[in-house]
Design a protein around this ligand. Structure first.
Ligand code: GLV
Length: 306
């Protein structure tokens, strides 16, 4: 182990694929310090400026997630430290889960599963009717890789699709609505697919939620920070918003207590990329970036300068 390559592992529970790939050429450390040139972290853990500065020799931060909002990228880049993430390999899973939430909220799949298990079908009879998803107007907030994949999935069933992005995408075949409130006002269902971070914090504001209205549904597979969560909870509890399908929250794993008893919501424990296939692919991309760094080759998926 004497000349094994030191890596700072900040992921609390690294996957078997990640650990399996970090063989005895690597010396896994769990505390920052001199001599560490590579840090591996997750989207939830990230790495802040203090930890970066506690590694004076750091040259690479490899993030095992597409979202790097908890990584101080500006600080890393200012210190000449590269950052990589794991785009593309998880796009399908996250888009699949968005569709699952859309169906589950409108057709009450999760709620009705509980209804059967709890014996309510026998005691109370057939539950109230649900809402038809096919034919709805679907608004997609954020039209990057994941927003595009969601549009492709809902295309066969949506009545219409429109999207918001900072600027119109010349290759998008859907209607562009350049204002989140106007998009929410137009849509029956609004799907949040923007990256997290300072630039999008609170983008789904009280006004956006009000524009969706009592028949509207919000789906969030992006980051909790994008939504004004107290406003969302207020609107759901009072019925001013029709429903929500949420895979992400402002303070994970803590979910606002008021949501737990609501039948209009489906709540998931941040499962967007959580399949065996995708977690293996994400781990491989992290390992490939680390290998490229060690070999002095170009990184595969560097995060651009902010
Ligand atoms: C998960 O949320 C990710 O950013 O990959």
């Amino acid at each position: 182990m004497a000349d094994a390559f030191p890596i700072l592992m900040l992921i609390e529970r690294p996957s078997q694929w990640l650990l399996g790939g970090l063989d005895d050429r690597y010396d896994l450390r769990h505390a920052p310090g001199p001599g560490i040139t590579v840090a591996i972290t997750g989207g939830g853990e990230g790495i802040d400026a203090t930890t970066i500065d506690a590694c004076p020799d750091l040259k690479l931060i490899a993030v095992c997630a597409v979202g790097y909002d908890k990584v101080d990228v500006a600080h890393a880049h200012a210190r000449g430290i590269a950052v990589t993430n794991t785009p593309d390999v998880l796009t399908d899973d996250v888009a699949d889960l968005a569709l699952a939430l859309m169906l589950s909220v409108s057709r009450k799949v999760a709620l009705h599963d509980h209804y059967v298990r709890e014996g309510r079908w026998v005691r109370e009879g057939t539950p109230p009717l649900t809402r038809k998803l096919t034919g709805q107007k679907i608004g997609i907030l954020g039209y990057g890789r994941i927003g595009h994949a969601i549009a492709e999935r809902v295309k066969p069933i949506a009545g219409e699709i429109a999207y918001y992005a900072r600027s119109e995408k010349p290759d998008a075949e859907w209607r562009y609505i350049g204002d989140p409130v106007a998009l929410a006002d137009w849509a029956d269902m609004l799907v949040v697919a923007v990256a997290g971070g300072k630039g999008t914090a609170g983008l789904v504001s009280r006004e956006v939620i009000a524009a969706l209205g009592p028949e509207g549904v919000l789906i969030n597979i992006a980051r909790g920070s994008v939504v004004d969560e107290p406003a969302l909870v207020d609107a759901l509890v009072s019925g001013r918003l029709g429903g929500a399908g949420l895979d992400v929250f402002a303070d994970e794993p803590n979910v606002p207590e008021a949501l737990l008893g609501l039948e209009s919501v489906v709540l998931l424990p941040h499962q967007g990329s959580a399949t065996r296939e995708t977690r293996a692919a994400m781990a491989q991309l992290v390992l490939d970036n680390v290998e490229a760094f060690v070999a002095g080759k170009p990184l595969l998926t560097p995060v651009p300068a902010a």
